[in-house]
Ligand binder design. Structure first.
Ligand code: FAD
Length: 139
C-alpha cells in the first residue's frame, strides 16, 4: 500500500449554498474515517483547495467521486505524489477558517496576494497548506 497525497483546486458552483459546506464536511469526515483518509479543506466562498492523504486506491476512488460532484466545477489537480508520512493525520477533514486565508500568507505563495490556488505550483500548494495547518488549533 502506497501512501499518497493529492491536492486539487476547484470553483464553487452557482447553485452552492452555505449549508452545502456543512453537509460536505459531515459526509467527508464519515467516509474518510472509514477509508483512513485524512486531509484539509480550504474555502474562501469562491475557490476550494483540498488535500487528501491515504492509500492510493482509496484516494483515487474518493477523488473520482469528488470530480463528479456538481457542487463545484473546473477541478484542477495541483499535486499527486507518494509521501513518507501524513501531514494531516489529526483531521478526517479539517476545515480552514476563511480568516486564515489572509493576505500575508497569500503574498508568500501568489503574485497577487489573493487566494488563487489555480496559480500555485505543486510545491507552493503543499507548503501553503502546511503553513495553514501549523496555524490551526487541533480540532
Ligand atoms: P452519492 O451520495 O451516491 O451521490 C451521487 C451523486 O450526487 C454524486 O455525484 C455526488 O457527488 C452528488 N451529490 C451528493 N450529495 C449532493 C448534494 N447535496 N448536492 C449535489 N450533489 C450531491 N467526499 C469524501 O468522501 N471525502 C472528501 O474528503 C470529500 N471532500 C469533498 C470536497 C468538496 C469541495 C466537495 C464538493 C465534495 C467532497 N466530497 C468528499 C463529497 C463527494 O464529492 C461525494 O459527494 C461523496 O463522496 C459521496 O459520493 P457518492 O458517489 O457515494 O455519492
Amino acid at each position: 500500500m502506497s501512501l499518497i497525497q493529492l491536492i486539487y483546486t476547484s470553483t464553487v458552483s452557482e447553485t452552492f449554498e452555505e449549508k452545502d459546506l456543512t453537509a460536505i464536511l459531515a459526509s467527508a469526515k464519515k467516509a474518510n474515517a472509514e477509508a483512513n483518509i485524512t486531509g484539509l479543506l480550504c474555502f474562501d466562498g469562491n475557490f476550494f483547495m483540498q488535500c487528501l492523504e491515504g492509500d492510493r486506491s482509496q484516494i483515487n476512488a474518493t477523488y473520482a467521486k469528488i470530480l463528479n460532484d456538481k457542487r463545484h466545477q473546473a477541478l484542477e489537480l495541483l499535486a499527486y505524489s507518494t509521501i513518507d508520512k501524513r501531514s494531516y493525520s489529526q483531521w478526517e477533514m479539517g476545515l480552514v477558517p476563511k480568516a486564515a486565508l489572509s493576505r500575508p500568507l497569500n503574498l508568500l505563495y501568489t503574485a497577487s496576494g489573493l487566494f488563487e490556488p489555480y496559480s500555485m505550483s505543486a510545491a507552493s500548494a503543499a507548503q501553503f497548506l502546511r503553513a495553514l495547518r501549523n496555524a490551526m488549533p487541533l480540532l
